[in-house]
Design a protein around this ligand. Structure first.
Ligand SMILES: Cc1cc2nc3c(=O)[nH]c(=O)nc-3n(C[C@H](O)[C@H](O)[C@H](O)COP(=O)(O)OP(=O)(O)OC[C@H]3O[C@@H](n4cnc5c(N)ncnc54)[C@H](O)[C@@H]3O)c2cc1C
Length: 589
């Protein structure tokens, strides 16, 4: 039977031993967040996720959502669990206290989201989208809009949904056609069809607040002519009570590969009343507030599924008896040894573990910068943190979801044929996590955002290079750390060289950036993980008499010796340039 138990020990190691949460909690607004408080919050959320949400995971996958006469019914148990989620205040962890939120650090919320989505991704998507909608409204809504909607989105009483995609436009939002016509009362009438809208219709909340991208009649062509509108499913009266049903409805629900418990909807707007958010034609910029929050959240979904798959794989590898250890029987009293003795099974489990723990550190390091970018009293420190978040967001989205898929596939392989069988839970992880590499901007697009925009155009590379080079300089003389710091320094040299190469070539050869982007993202991510694994090893060394820290050191060594060497191959691929990718004429395919 699949099992799930949030990895609280590692969460606390990352927060306190690796990232110094005690001093982080001195940022304004985090007063009172002692270790006792944080441990209690994490333990409570672990209980909620494993006891209330996890039992829904497999039944929701089997049952799916039901669609009839424009209405979506979520799988059995979702409504009750959602009510408990809201009653527990979980959606409002990071929300502004002015909107009834708890003002908690992003670092804590990341861990909550990992637990929630590891327990059941289909369920976690509903509050995840709502949180993104809240962030968008908080950053870009008018005071009147915030007064009506912010607190209800923050608490999860009403749900949020984002409506960008249309049949002919996914990545290229400049092609979108949905029209918004100004009305005498200052509102707009929206007409068009959106597709692939997650949680676009459901029975969990009495209202859904859609954030819709559309064009005004005088809009310039392309992405500079897109405006953002708030469109409630049920119109809201001035006193906050619910009024009449708006002209927005669900026309169909997709049949899809995974996340069966979360409806993916066709949403029809038939003269729906919408309210402009921010300035006309500036919608895409505002929408990025939601998309950036969602991109980090989607990365966490990859990590969450990876952790869930790993737990099942380890439990199975301890019990499944096949063959004998190459160095002689480990369980001579049994007919065979457990498969965990076999080096190839170990290779798979160690790869899963090294990626999961590395990705967790990367997500938390980015979340730490996100907290600092919002709260640090020093403007220069806020700016440095903001640059790091901008640089790392596409890495978190793309690398954590690529790793999620890789780990989930290994999680099937560890179980052999039993991994392919539904009842054992592993194949669901492969299906559920697959979409995370695609939505919120495909990982190809994230990689282009990292290399083309963040590194080459905005020149943010230093935001990463500064902490890494300073760490290497400070620690390279420490003999006990040499096995971690030397490979980090070597990987960083390759990354710098690849950056220089693409920078020099990209100006004259427009295809160089696109041809290098995905390999570059992976090289960047592995180097980031090397930096964090070196720091983790440094934190674990003084306590290496305890099993937890010995395991941390062994995993750090595995990462440095069995995963990080991939950087040499990525570097070589990047330096081969665009020609091998582009040489064939289109007709030759
Ligand atoms: C289950 C599910 C849920 C979703 N939820 C939502 C939602 O809630 N709201 C919403 O608005 N949308 C949602 N989407 C849509 C999703 O964000 C898009 O599917 C995604 O952005 C990709 O767009 P597309 O499918 O049209 O692919 P395309 O844009 O057609 O891309 C096809 C391929 O071409 C590549 N490509 C395209 N353009 C470029 C380029 N310029 N450079 C390099 N490569 C390129 C892509 O990387 C991809 O590999 C969802 C989709 C799914 C399947």
């Amino acid at each position: 039977m699949p099992q799930f138990s949030p990895p609280l020990r590692d969460h606390l190691f990352c927060l306190y031993d690796l990232l110094g949460f005690e001093s982080h909690a001195r940022l304004p607004g985090f007063e009172g967040l002692t270790r006792d408080v944080i441990e209690a919050v994490l333990a409570q959320s672990a209980r909620f996720c494993s006891d209330v949400v996890f039992p829904l995971n497999r039944s929701a996958d089997e049952e799916g959502v039901h669609f009839a006469e424009g209405r979506v019914t979520t799988p059995k148990g979702f409504r009750e669990a959602y009510a408990e989620l809201v009653a527990g205040g979980w959606p409002a962890l990071t929300a502004d206290p002015a909107h009834g939120g708890q003002g908690m650090p992003h670092m804590v919320n990341i861990l909550f989201e990992e637990m929630l989505n590891g327990a059941c991704l289909s369920f976690g998507l509903f509050p995840g989208l709502t949180r993104g909608a809240y962030v968008l409204l908080k950053d870009h809504g008018s005071e009147a809009q915030k007064a009506l909607y912010a607190a209800r989105l923050a608490s999860g009483e009403w749900a949020g949904s984002m409506c960008l995609t249309e049949a002919h436009c996914g990545t290229d939002l400049g092609l979108l056609r949905t029209q918004a016509v100004p009305q005498p009362d200052g509102s707009h009438a929206l007409t068009g069809t959106k597709i692939f809208i997650s949680a676009g219709e459901h029975d969990l909340t009495p209202n859904i607040v859609y954030f819709v991208l559309a064009r005004l009649p005088d809009a310039p062509k392309g992405s500079r002519g897109i405006s953002l509108f708030l469109v409630p499913k049920v119109l809201v009266n001035a006193d906050g009570s619910l009024g009449r049903r708006n002209g927005i409805s669900c026309g169909a629900v997709e049949q899809k590969m995974g996340i069966h418990g979360c409806p993916t909807c066709v949403i029809n707007l038939d003269g729906a009343t919408g309210f402009l958010v921010g300035e006309p034609h500036q919608g895409l910029k505002a929408m990025f507030a939601m998309m950036n929050a969602e991109r980090i959240a989607v990365g966490i979904h990859g990590l969450a599924i990876a952790e869930a798959s790993y737990q099942n794989a380890v439990a199975y590898a301890r019990e499944r008896l096949q063959g004998r250890s190459p160095s002689g029987p480990c369980a001579p009293e049994k007919p065979a040894d457990p498969i965990i003795v076999h080096p190839d099974v170990r290779r798979m489990l160690m790869t899963m573990r090294a990626l999961i723990e590395g990705c967790r550190m990367l997500a938390l390091w980015t979340a730490q910068a996100l907290d600092a970018s919002e709260r640090h009293p020093d403007a220069a420190a806020r700016k440095a943190a903001d640059d790091l978040v901008a640089l790392m967001t596409p890495v978190v989205k793309a690398f954590l979801t690529d790793s999620g898929s890789e780990v989930a596939n290994l999680g099937v392989q560890v179980l052999g044929g039993h991994g392919f069988i539904r009842a054992n839970g592993q194949e669901q992880h492969v299906r559920d996590v697959r979409i995370t590499q695609i939505y919120e901007g495909t990982n190809g697009i994230q990689s282009a955002d990292l290399l083309g925009r963040k590194v080459l155009h905005l020149d943010l590379f230093a935001a990463f290079a500064t902490p890494v080079t300073s760490y290497v300089t400070t620690h390279e003389g420490r003999e006990e750390l040499a096995e971690f710091v030397a490979p980090l320094a070597a990987a960083f040299d390759l990354l710098e060289d690849a950056t220089r190469f693409v920078r020099e070539r990209a100006a004259a050869h427009p295809e160089e950036m696109g041809a290098a982007a995905v390999d570059y993202m992976r090289l960047f991510a592995l180097t980031s993980l090397a930096y964090l694994w070196a720091r983790a090893a440094e934190a674990a060394l003084p306590k290496s008499n305890e099993d937890f820290h010995r395991a941390k050191l062994a995993t750090a060594r595995f990462f440095m010796q069995r995963i990080l060497p991939d950087t040499a191959s990525l570097h070589a691929k990047i330096l081969s340039g665009a020609l091998p990718v582009m040489e064939m004429d289109e007709a030759m395919f």
